[in-house]
Design a binder for this molecule. Structure first.
Ligand code: ADP
Ligand code: ZN
Ligand code: ZN
Length: 747
């Protein structure tokens, strides 16, 4: 018996078994219904018991002896199970972004691990406050330090967590026993709830939307009620009330019996943000974050699947929450780089959200104060419906922005990292007991070379990209591989103050301590926020005014409101301008805009100082003016000129190998095959490279890249398919691996 088609079936759709597929034949009658993701009934095992599985792959050829292949018993139709959707979505992701079906399935299917329900103990006072007060004075006289500590805590806190008491207050068991035996405290046991907010009820009345907000909500809900499905882009300055718009739309969508996914960048996933959703929607909301264990995440996905929640808030991965009746996906701060996956399949959350919405009849809202060029272009062309909120919802004056030319500072013999203006304003704020944020862009730390006298940045002769300094005084272009030696003098002005640029947060902290010895300083970067609650602790300390100055990387510019911050200093705006990729200008504009948005958010007006070597650069001036349109238009010209996304598309082909020679040979062979294929197909694609990747060796693995530019995304997909096939079939690449990244974020 021969068949036209064979299907790979997964019997147990769980993480451990995603690579265990079994091939079955597809009988004639199921040829049209046997599609990827379809649930099927197949005979399985010795007794040929009929069990349920899912189709995850289709082919024309059997992998084993045809005699041994059993046919599918039936395809289960009209059974719109969520697994089918997710499997199909995984398939689409593999096709669109590259990688294997298993990679894709692992991305969309949650890891199945049960949550261990922990027991938590707490200490509750068993006597009145007056009595505790009396005991406190008694014990104090007797100098029983440990007992005094606990009584003091009881006076302040009422109910105490057991570990906080034993470890935090360093109070031993015998002391606790004494308290318990004398009937002063009770030690109670409670189960830790799976969701920290699960008993909370909605408690807050929504705000009354202003006219503009209401207009947006009406438009969206009208479309929704009329069965129209669009993607919306809300371009709204920070504080303009986007979140209130989201919540109003969400309430309408869940009232119609559907569920909602809200993506926010991990870094903005703070207690304050999430709490606003809890206040409005109570225990129908749940969250995901990267600090949760696999078990906790699995638990959330079960709750979503069982209909116990209507809204999930989380980072990129929350996109795959198995809601059965999805109505809406919101992506806040849609421009954020973290929405692009760094592991294969290297998908962008916005694209996957649109696909998932299309498959399930849901719709998508994107929001940002500084939309990605991709999204704004689609907003202008009408592919997305674009809405604008250009004023803050609550009365707050926009900050005054000063642009300081660092070249002038050097001329005036000021070699400090603080310009005279910034220093003057810092002194003023410290005197007034107001707070200051100093922002330094870490990304620029990777080291481009610039002249301290004239600001000249050394660039590649062939690309508009800063060269990156490497050991032995080599400067390399990460786009095309061009190399030159580090010059002794500035090629522009002949100054010898030419050096690899990089001012880390630690350095800034040191300088603050040196120049403002009385100020209390906190530093926030990757190093100081390693612990579980690291950055929350720093932020709340700053929020409680336990410090005057907060020094930090981009972490500090997002999400938080500090009413006492009236001065924001951006130490070197240029650091991200020459970070070495075509998105550098966009990222700089976003960071400067966000940093500026931190100053003066309450009644006290704020000031912002942007220190830069390029005071006339459009990213700097547009951010200072809060003029997104100006930035967009300039930046698009540049992208069009050089065929960078979104004016065209780029496919990054990455080859990795443990052996450097092998990596070089492999990428060369692939480059040739690619050129040949492009010629035969008569494509217009442009190939750049081969070159070492910007991280040319990582963990002893060599990385080589080719960039392909083309105006047509489908051509790039075809080239990816061709290369995947060639890589597999030619047998030339043992020991190498091949990856793809479409319109990469970090190049
Ligand atoms: P965004 O998400 O655009 O940053 P938010 O929705 O967080 O803006 O709004 C900023 C602040 O203004 C919040 O404290 C919010 O509660 C408040 N706010 C927003 N819209 C209104 C409104 N129509 N009336 C009163 N306060 C509002
Ligand atoms: Zn110079
Ligand atoms: Zn170059």
């Amino acid at each position: 018996m021969s068949y036209q088609k064979y299907a790979d079936i997964i019997i147990d759709i769980s993480h451990e078994n995603l690579d265990k597929t079994y091939q079955y034949a597809v009988p004639e009658e199921f040829l049209s219904s046997a599609v990827i993701g379809a649930p099927v009934e197949v005979p399985f095992g010795l007794g040929n018991r009929r069990i349920k599985g899912y189709i995850v792959g289709l082919s024309d050829e059997p992998k084993i002896n045809v005699e041994k292949i059993k046919p599918i018993h039936r395809v289960i139709v009209n059974d719109p199970v969520i697994e089918s959707h997710l499997i199909y979505l995984a398939y689409w992701m593999k096709e669109t972004f590259g990688g294997t079906m298993i990679d894709a399935l692992k991305t969309v299917i949650p890891v199945k691990k049960a949550v261990k329900i922990k027991e938590k103990r707490r200490i509750v006072p068993a006597v009145s406050g007056n009595e505790i007060q009396k005991l406190y004075l008694e014990q104090k006289k007797k100098n029983n330090a440990a007992r005094v500590r606990l009584l003091d805590a009881l006076l302040k806190g009422q109910v105490l967590d057991y570990t906080d008491v034993t470890e935090g207050l360093n109070i031993g068991r015998t002391v606790l026993k004494w308290f318990e035996e004398n009937g002063i405290i009770r030690i109670e046991r409670e189960l830790v709830y799976r969701n920290p907010f699960s008993r909370q009820k909605a408690q807050k009345e929504p705000v009354i939307l202003n006219e503009k907000q209401q207009f947006i909500v009406n438009q969206i809900i009208n479309d929704y009620n009329n069965g129209k499905r669009h993607t919306y882009l809300i371009h709204g300055v920070t504080g303009s009330g986007k979140t209130e718009v989201y919540m109003e739309v969400i309430s309408k969508v869940i009232a119609s019996g559907k569920q909602v996914i809200v993506l926010i960048p991990e870094i903005a996933l703070t207690y304050q943000t999430v709490n606003r959703f809890y206040e409005r929607f109570g225990d129908r909301v749940s969250i995901l974050n990267s600090r949760m264990s696999d078990g906790e995440r699995y638990d959330q996905s079960l709750r979503a699947r069982n209909g116990e929640i209507d809204i999930i808030i989380g980072p990129r991965s929350a996109l795959f929450t198995p809601f059965k009746n999805l109505g809406l996906i919101i992506i806040d701060e849609e421009h954020e780089g973290s929405y692009k996956s760094e592991i294969t399949p290297k998908y962008h959350a916005v694209e996957v959200a649109k696909k998932r919405a299309e498959l399930t009849g849901a719709f998508v809202i994107l929001g940002s104060a500084t939309p990605s060029l991709e999204s704004y272009m689609k907003g202008l062309s009408g592919e997305y419906k674009l809405f604008t909120l250009d004023k803050r919802a609550k009365e707050a004056t926009l900050p005054k922005v000063w642009i300081v030319d660092l070249r002038e500072e050097l001329k005036q013999k000021n070699r400090s990292i603080f310009s005279r203006k910034l220093k003057e304003l810092m002194e003023d704020r410290l005197k007034k007991n107001e707070q200051i944020m100093l922002f330094i862009n870490r990304r620029g730390y990777s080291g481009f070379v610039s002249c301290r006298s004239c600001g000249h940045v050394i660039k590649c002769n062939h690309c508009d990209i800063a060269l990156t300094s490497h050991i032995h005084g080599k400067l390399i272009c990460h786009y095309c591989g061009y190399e030159e030696r580090m010059p002794a003098l500035c090629p522009m002005c002949g100054s010898r103050y030419i050096a690899t640029f990089g001012t880390g947060t630690q350095k800034v902290e040191e300088m603050v301590k040196k120049e403002f010895p009385k100020a209390r300083v906190l530093r926030m970067d990757m190093d100081t926020t390693k612990g579980k609650n690291g950055y929350q602790e720093i932020l709340s300390a700053f929020s409680n005014h336990q410090a005057d100055i907060l020094v930090g990387t981009q972490m500090i510019v997002k999400g938080h409101d500090f009413p006492l911050v009236t001065l924001v200093g951006i130490i070197a705006a240029d650091l991200s301008l020459y970070a070495g990729d075509f998105r550098a200008g966009e990222r700089t504009f976003q960071l400067l805009s966000q940093a500026a948005g931190r100053a003066g958010r309450d009644t006290i007006p704020g000031e912002v100082v942007i220190q830069t070597y390029h005071p006339e650069h459009y990213t700097v001036t547009a951010a200072a003016e809060g003029n997104y349109r100006k930035f967009y238009e300039q930046e698009m010209l540049y992208r069009q000129l050089l065929n960078y996304p979104p004016a065209a598309h780029i496919l990054l082909v990455l080859v990795t190998a443990k052996d450097e020679g092998l990596a070089d040979r492999a990428i060369a062979v692939i480059g040739e095959a690619l050129k040949e294929h492009i010629r035969t197909k008569d494509f217009k694609s442009n190939i750049i490279g081969p070159a070492p990747a910007s991280i040319s060796k990582a963990m002893d693995i060599y990385r080589r890249v080719i960039y392909i530019k083309d105006g047509n995304y489908d051509v790039l997909i075809e080239l990816k398919n061709y290369l995947e096939e060639y890589f597999k079939e030619s047998g030339l690449f043992t020991g190498c691996s091949l990856q793809f990244d479409f319109d990469p974020m970090n190049v």
